[in-house]
Write a protein that binds this ligand. Structure first.
Ligand SMILES: Cc1ncc(COP(=O)(O)O)c(C=O)c1O
Length: 487
């Protein structure tokens, strides 16, 4: 019987090679198994959605530098597991979202820990805010419910927060979006066209890189130094801005994802001046700014927009401060830019949901207590993760972040992709370092998020240490229990 091809995109051989990173785990006899496991990992990780058409065997053999026999062997395995289907003349495609294979190898009683996402559970007070919003919704039901800028009461509260942080803002400079990612997509749409360059930090937030690819832009990476100094080489950024003249620049200067780095006030002044001098439009992504684990952001460095010119678009989000499930974010820019952004938005959507905006407005009515609690929880989780990594993986190094949601760990050898494959067999899903690079790489690096409760973090790191030992072919020298309770 001929399998039906589900609708889906096509992935090029070059792109798949980047996603796969250094997938080979052992000698050549293991090649087909390793390649099949690496492809399955990308399916589990959502990088190869159902229906995605795989490159032709010949193309894949060429970009990976291996024989077609080996590719054929890997595809045979994936077909046996039902993960891939093929039809003569139509090639091969992903036929299942990946239930079997690596996860099937887990013991019955094991539970998969999602260590790939840097996103905490809902903040305290969310249910109460929903109750208040439910009563307030009645006042809105007589209207049409469309509002491209968003509800005034929410925009007022967001404007107040910017003003308190040192960036005077009026509600007319704020537009509500469906998350920060949506805001970035809108900015890309307004500022860039196919083939345009966008300057990004490297390592950087993978979905931003995906968005640039989807907009047919070209991401130009600027290296961050995760372990020393202030991270951003602003003189290097100025040189890159002059040489590559990007249409847009994208930066996460508050607890950068994945490094956790934060740019200090002096750095902001310098970067702001460089962006203004070169007249580069910039998106500053402040999704993580409220997760300051050493104090209230109101006392921290002012938003970068306070130092950069009119071409600055600041994007923010409820996702990390309150909950990703609200899908509420925003954009702060000049009235002129926002007006043009609205025009760009009509082609995509016609506004954000009223109910979720009411919930967020309620959460921001008196944001102090719930944000303080959020920070306290994350401080405990960060310290737990730091303790667990030092205990179970003493040869991994990292700089302890002052905020945000993740540790960016340097591994003792280049093994991030192999570790991700092995970790799935030990019940932990992780995002390999290659996800954070424009052209892959980062095999010596791994992002460990601390969005989970402390006991899950310990267990995840314990499993990772066992997986790492299997990749390195050494005995797991991991101690069996965590010695002291970590607060
Ligand atoms: C830097 C950064 N920007 C944007 C997002 C996505 O934000 P949202 O859920 O508001 O779309 C994330 C989520 O992890 C992030 O880390």
């Amino acid at each position: 019987m001929n399998p039906v091809i589900p609708p889906g995109g096509h992935i090029s051989g070059a792109r798949l090679a980047i996603l796969l990173g250094s997938w080979r785990q052992g000698g050549s006899r293991q090649g087909a198994t390793d390649l099949a496991a690496a492809i399955e990992l990308q399916v589990l990780d959502g990088q190869l959605p159902l229906g995605t058409r795989l490159p032709a065997e010949r193309e894949l053999a060429e970009v990976l530098g291996i024989s077609r026999t080996l590719i054929g062997g890997a595809l045979d395995r994936l077909r046996e597991d039902g993960l891939v289907a093929s039809r003569r003349g139509s090639g091969s495609w992903i036929a299942s979202p990946g239930r079997g294979g690596v996860s099937a190898a887990l013991p019955e009683d094991s539970d998969l820990i999602d260590f790939a996402r840097a996103a905490p559970a809902a903040a305290a007070g969310l249910v109460q805010a929903v109750d208040v919003a439910r009563r307030q919704l009645v006042d809105h039901l007589g209207g049409h419910g469309y509002g491209e800028y968003g509800l005034l009461e929410l925009r007022e509260r967001i404007a107040l927060r910017y003003t308190a942080r040192g960036l005077p803002t009026t509600p007319s400079q704020v537009m509500i979006t469906n998350g920060a990612h949506h805001a970035f997509m809108l900015a890309l749409r307004m500022f860039t066209g196919p083939g345009d360059r966008v300057l990004v930090e490297q390592p950087g937030y993978p979905n931003a890189l995906e968005a640039i690819r989807a907009a047919h832009g070209i991401a130009v990476p600027i290296a961050l130094d995760p372990l020393g100094g202030q991270g951003w080489d602003i003189t290097g950024i100025e040189a890159a801005l002059r040489q590559s003249a990007p249409r847009l620049s994208y930066s996460v200067v508050d607890f950068q994802n994945p490094t956790g780095l934060r740019l200090d006030v002096e750095g902001r002044e310098h970067l702001g001046a460089v962006l203004t001098r070169t007249r580069t439009p910039v998106v500053i992504d402040e999704t993580l700014v409220e997760l300051d684990l050493e104090g209230d952001p109101v006392d921290g460095p002012p938003p970068l927009a306070a130092f950069a010119g009119e071409l600055t678009v600041t994007i923010g989000s409820a996702s990390k401060s309150h909950w990703g499930g609200l899908r509420i974010g925003w954009m702060r820019a000049s009235e002129d830019i926002l007006g043009r952004m609205i025009s760009a938005r009509y082609a995509i959507d016609l506004g954000s949901p009223v109910f979720e905006q009411l919930v967020m407005a309620e959460l921001l009515d008196d944001p102090g207590p719930s944000l303080a609690r959020r920070r306290e929880e994350l401080r405990v989780q960060r310290d737990a993760l730091v303790g667990a990594v030092k205990w179970y993986c003493p040869d991994w190094t990292f700089a302890e972040p002052a905020g945000g949601l993740s540790l960016w760990c340097r591994l003792p050898e280049p093994m991030s992709t192999k570790l991700a494959v092995a970790a799935a067999n030990h019940g932990v899903q992780i995002a390999p370092g290659s996800r954070f690079g424009v052209h892959g790489g980062f095999e010596r690096w791994l992002r460990l998020p601390y969005g989970l409760p402390a006991d899950r973090l310990f267990e995840a790191v314990r499993r990772l240490s066992v997986a790492a030992a299997s990749v390195r072919g050494v005995d797991p020298a991991t101690p069996s229990g965590f010695p002291v309770p970590v607060t």
